[in-house]
Design a protein around this ligand. Structure first.
Ligand SMILES: Cc1ncc(COP(=O)(O)O)c(C=O)c1O
Length: 473
């Protein structure tokens, strides 16, 4: 075994941090110019990074160098300004610095005793988020890996609450003998709502999908009909920001219907709830504060590094009741917040530091500016694209999402749209993905990176249109 003195260890740490910082800087310096998703053969990555584990360890600097060299060709510039795939944010400098510190500190954020600082930071940043989104000030907050697990925790709280109201303890008794829960979600609800239902044992097939309009907004008239058909425990899942169109369900009407029926209302606002942080866009989420639980992502529009999502629940007791784990050796009655009482995890990364730093570095005004700027850039992109021949923008660009379809004089438009997407991805100026919207193939453009500029949009629009033209030739 390699023998190490504490001094040698310290020198190693200094050297490896310097080297990692240098490599990180080099990457970031080249991010804007990089091919956004360079083609890479999976076998070449396996070859560069694989092989049997050696008996003898290596010098940490050599290891970090080898990682950067081996992984480099497989690193996507998704943190860069022209990555429009999925819904992807970049990283604000303060969040990056804070996240590096979180790693250096290596705090376990699960309990106050393991990290009083991680506990207080989640308490403080959670309250800032509640304030920005205009949610009930006493709502509870959990810091999750992302919106998927935020939806999971929120629906666990919902399951707890609606069954507790009819005298059933689901955590104790399980679902086998539980009263049925009626579940409703919009036709265009995100796949992770269904995933949460699946993981909670509620049954994917039991979700009643409520018809949506052409923009993907749940139709309140249809929800009214669906809710009228039954009584008893019920959960309704609405959405702020449909993943293709960016549209918002009409929360004020939906909330009124849920109130009448005594149903729990959950809102998946993974990216769309950020509209609430902008005075200019807040009208899009009117009535959202009347819900019982909410999901938002940090790693999308707040531009904090992966991974980071948030779950908010009006009734903190239901939230805690659904996910809290206890054991005789777990700290009891500590002086501060127990972060683990709000997520389906125990030991975990102290992801609150990056959120705290991002929010503090932006302030209320720049959070609003970030959201509004991305929306203005999305409208600019849509204008550039729809001005061209045989290019259709399929959605009303209410937020940061643009749905585009390319037409060909000779080819089937679905095939042609997929071919144009393939060409854009290969071109490397920008990256966007495909989808099926209302039965037709389309390209999705999602703008959520704080560093994207008008010049990036113009450059990307020109590249997209050039790929469409080339496809027709
Ligand atoms: C509306 C919505 N909900 C949930 C998710 C899943 O988010 P995550 O990948 O952070 O778990 C997304 C991702 O785009 C989304 O748009």
């Amino acid at each position: 075994m390699r023998s190490m003195t504490r001094q040698a260890d310290a020198q190693n740490v200094d050297a490896v941090l310097d080297r990692a910082a240098g490599l990180g800087r080099e990457f970031l310096a080249g991010l804007v110019e990089r091919h956004v998703a360079p083609p890479v053969a999976v076998d070449s990555l396996r070859q560069a990074l694989g092989g049997p584990l050696a008996d003898a360890g290596e010098d940490p600097c050599v290891v970090v160098e080898a990682l950067a060299r081996g992984a480099g060709p497989g690193i996507v510039a998704s943190a860069g300004p022209r990555y429009f795939g999925f819904v992807t944010g970049g990283v604000l400098p303060a969040a990056l610095g804070a996240d590096w510190l979180a790693t250096a500190w290596d705090q376990n954020a699960w309990t106050y005793v393991a990290s009083p600082a991680a506990s207080v930071v989640e308490e403080v940043a959670g309250q800032w988020l509640i304030d920005l989104f205009g949610l009930p000030p006493t709502a509870s907050v959990g810091f999750t890996t992302g919106a998927t697990m935020a939806n999971f925790a929120a629906l666990a709280a919902a399951r707890h609450a609606v069954l507790a109201r009819v005298g059933y303890d689901v955590e104790e008794q399980g679902l086998a003998a539980a009263p049925e829960i009626a579940l409703f979600a919009g036709e265009a609800a995100h796949a992770t709502i269904v995933a949460a239902v699946q993981m909670l044992g509620l049954g994917r097939a039991r979700v009643r999908r409520v018809a949506a309009d052409d923009a993907g907004r749940m139709r309140p008239d249809r929800l009214r009909e669906a809710l009228a058909a039954g009584a008893g425990p019920a959960i309704v899942c609405a959405q702020a920001g449909e993943v293709n169109t960016g549209s918002f369900d009409p929360f004020d009407q939906i909330a009124a219907l849920c109130r009448e029926r005594g149903a729990w209302l959950h809102v998946d606002g993974a990216f769309g709830l950020w509209a609430a942080a902008s005075p200019a866009l807040r009208h899009l989420v009117r009535g959202v504060d009347a819900a019982d639980s909410w999901t938002v992502d940090g790693h999308k529009w707040l531009n904090v590094p992966y991974d980071c999502g948030y779950v908010f629940v009006r009734d903190g007791a239901s939230h805690r009741g659904a996910v809290t784990v206890d054991a005789p050796y777990y700290p009891q009655a500590t002086a501060g917040r127990e972060n683990s009482q709000f997520v389906a995890e125990s030991s975990r990364r102290a992801r609150g530091f990056a959120t705290w730093a991002a929010l503090r570095s932006l302030g209320r005004q720049d959070v609003a500016d970030l959201v509004e700027r991305c929306c203005a850039l999305a409208r600019r992109m849509a204008d550039r694209l729809r001005a061209a021949d045989r290019v259709d923008v399929l959605n009303d660009v209410v937020l940061n999402q643009v749905l585009v379809r390319f037409r060909s004089p000779v080819e089937d438009d679905d095939d042609f749209t997929r071919e144009v997407i393939r060409r854009i991805q290969a071109d490397g100026t920008c990256w966007l993905g495909g989808t099926i919207w209302r039965g037709r193939a389309a390209a999705r453009i999602s703008i959520s990176n704080a560093s994207t500029t008008e010049a990036d949009v113009d450059l990307s629009a020109a590249a997209i249109l050039a790929c469409a033209r080339a496809g027709r030739e």
